[in-house]
Write a protein that binds this ligand. Structure first.
Ligand code: ZN
Length: 399
């Protein structure tokens, strides 16, 4: 039950953070480009102790050991200290100074924070992150479901937790999951009728986990969601934004896998986490979107190299890469065809640029934890588990 409570709090954090740029944007409706940021999985830890080892998640719980070095900015293997939260917000303010809004796709609290009392610590962490974000960006309101963006775009925030596999113990679960899907279908129909384009954001993505190839969603919901976003409404979706794996990553949704060339498609962009607990550097992205055609054009990823910062006591948020430079293409938009091209080039026999970039990008330049090239290729490419296995079984080289 405790885990369930934690889960709900995570869900409510489908947020849109509005910056002062939003107001400015409204005054300049004619401009063709807008910017926004995507950040996720802050996992702020109220009990972070910079002197304690990662064996007990940097907390002074039973059996803790002192670490061999102090880690004031954060430690690989632990959730985020307050310093890292504040530093991330400051870096976002600087790197995304002309951004008009922020997609914050969940997990504000550290792991394992529920206790016999329930979730007061989870709430406290959410409150801290919210108020600190508010201090930096001034506009901040939780967005559970719907928001109009400049009249021509809509941000939909379905609660994907109900389509997820792990927590299905609640009797009304199926009913709510069903209603969520119904709601999404209605909103997409509405957007299509009014000629609007849609950004979808939520926490746990459709598709597979790159760590173990487990698929997150209940298959029937994964399939029906794919039919909506990659089928009838593929041209309505400007982008889907998810997180949860703590990795910078991509997912393609192909409706008809028998005939992929002519099939309609959609795509998901996942962002690396702020928390370095699963062996990645903290990172976030600044997107550019064309407002005349409501399409994603590009993004920059920024990151903090935690080991360099710690060693030299000099934390500096650095530019990592620009999507269009790392994955050069004739296609000048970030859309389903572009992600299709990207996924195919991950296993190119003549050009290593895409794979090299992708592999280091996933962890924002921390050393990736495992190497299984064709597994990762199939995970990016196939959002349904059966399709993944068909893809994976086709390759003889597995790791
Ligand atoms: Zn997380």
């Amino acid at each position: 039950m405790n885990r369930f409570i934690l889960l709900i709090f995570v869900v409510i954090i489908g947020f849109s953070l509005l910056t002062e740029g939003w107001k400015k944007g409204r005054r300049h409706r004619k401009r063709k480009v807008t910017k926004f940021m995507h950040v996720s999985d802050v996992h702020f830890d109220l009990f972070y102790n910079q002197s304690i080892s990662k064996d007990t998640s940097c907390r002074s719980t039973e059996g803790f050991k002192m670490a061999d070095h102090e880690a004031p900015y954060g430690r690989i293997g632990c959730d985020s200290p307050e310093w890292l939260l504040e530093s991330t917000l400051a870096a976002m303010k600087e790197k995304g100074k002309d951004a008009e809004f922020i997609l914050l796709t969940g997990n504000l609290s550290a792991h394992d924070m529920t206790d016999d009392q329930g979730s007061p610590n989870v709430l406290k962490a959410i409150q801290t992150v919210s108020s600190k974000a508010h201090e930096v960006f001034h506009f901040f309101y939780p967005l559970c479901c719907f928001s109009s963006l400049d009249g021509k775009m809509v941000v939909l925030v379905p609660n994907a937790m109900y389509w997820n596999n792990n927590w299905q113990t609640y009797p009304l679960w199926d009913e709510i999951a069903e209603r969520q899907l119904q709601w999404l279908a209605e909103q997409l129909a509405l957007a299509k009728n009014k000629g609007k384009r849609v950004l979808i954001m939520s926490h746990i993505p459709p598709g597979g986990d790159p760590f173990n190839y487990n698929y997150f969603w209940i298959p029937k919901y994964a399939e029906r969601y794919a039919i909506l976003v990659a089928g009838k409404y593929h041209d309505v979706i400007a982008g889907q934004f998810y997180a949860h794996t703590h990795k910078d990553d991509f997912r393609l949704q192909i409706l008809n896998t028998e005939d992929e060339k002519t099939s309609t498609k959609s795509f998901v962009l996942q962002t690396a986490s702020v928390s370095p607990i699963y062996s990645n550097n903290p990172a976030f992205k600044v997107f550019t979107m064309r407002t005349d055609i409501q399409a994603l054009v590009d993004y920059d990823q920024h990151y903090l190299d935690l080991e360099i910062a710690t060693e030299f006591s000099n934390p500096v948020w650095k530019f990592d890469y620009t999507f269009s430079k790392r994955y050069p293409s004739k296609n000048k938009l970030i859309n389903a065809n572009r992600i299709d091209e990207l996924s195919q080039k991950l296993i190119s026999q003549t050009d290593a640029q895409y794979w090299n970039g992708y592999f280091m990008g996933t962890t924002a330049n921390y050393f990736p934890s495992h190497y299984d090239r064709f597994g990762l290729y199939c995970i990016v490419r196939y959002v349904l588990e059966d399709d993944f296995h068909r893809c994976y079984d086709n390759f003889k080289v597995h790791n």
